[in-house]
Design a binder for this molecule. Sequence first.
Ligand code: AHG
Ligand code: MN
Ligand code: MN
Length: 341
Amino acid sequence: MQRMITTDLRIFLAKSNIDLNLRRLISYIAITSKYISSKIHEANRKFAGTTNFSGEEQLELDKAADEIFIQRMKHCPYVKEMASEEQDETINVILPEQGEEAVYSISVDPLDGSSLVDVNLAVGTIVGIHYGQFLGRTSMVAAMYILYGPLTTLVLTTGQGTHEFVLNPEGEFILGEENIKMKEQGKIYAPGGLKEKWTKEHAQYIGELEKEKYKLRYSGGLVPDFNQILLKKGGIFTYPALIDAPNGKLRLLFELQPMAFIIEQAGGFAINGKADILDIIPNSLHQRCPVYFGSQYEIELAKKCLNEKEESINNKEKLREEELNNVETKKEIYEVMIEEN
Ligand code: AHG
Ligand code: MN
Ligand code: MN
């Protein structure tokens, strides 16, 4: 019988040429996700947000996950600063005895999709790791998400491809799929946001996908919905600009930029309609941003549909400018002719 050779996260990281402390930090976060997972699996989670029999308040799961993260990061010597979706401001997590090793800043959505917990749908944790400040593409060195579904999986990039690990019953994250690669086009779409609040351009885009017989795949949880697009190797996830919320719903730092790094490393794309999500430098911690995550075909189509009006205005302006220039040139030639005569 053939013996299966398995690689776990630690071995995988040890074989890569990334900074040792970054490797340690990634393993530290992977272990943290096991604490969050066990919290999610507590049978009494339905009572979260209420007071228990002994009069103690039971934290809601997103707050409990945040607490777990903060405590773990306070004991992790490689992180100096942590920004969490659950906190107004960044938290300084350097202990007095720590110092030089603490060079990384992390952005965390400790529990994404918390409204799906009571109906037992999949939820996740999203983490971005930056060297120094949060400056988008320039500072991001790694990104990962953990999906708590029927299996717990961890999807990671350190800028050298995107890889999936699966948590086994022994508590090890085993390499499931190395170097995930998106195809040029997919077959599924996950359109977020209330339909009646979509812009005309966005509605037209979704209409085009429907004409092309894309199948609807939307659970309402960013992590599982994104994971489906990534592991099916194509399609589109959007949470667009809405008429009453031009910046959409999802947060640039905690949700979008880590996912953008992950999908780009798999050969996919992440845009706000025009620009790459990773090229936007956040000007506030909780900044929201419209998003389109997908494979090449769907992203090009989105750019075309969303910017058509603007492009036609630009083209009209260009034509007018050319016409004016022509008039000016004709005038100049005429004046020269008069002078010469
Ligand atoms: P969170 O639970 O961290 O606040 O985020 C929920 C997000 C995300 O998971 C999902 O894509 C989006 O909210 C869904 O929003 P709608 O319910 O408006 O579709
Ligand atoms: Mn979230
Ligand atoms: Mn959250």
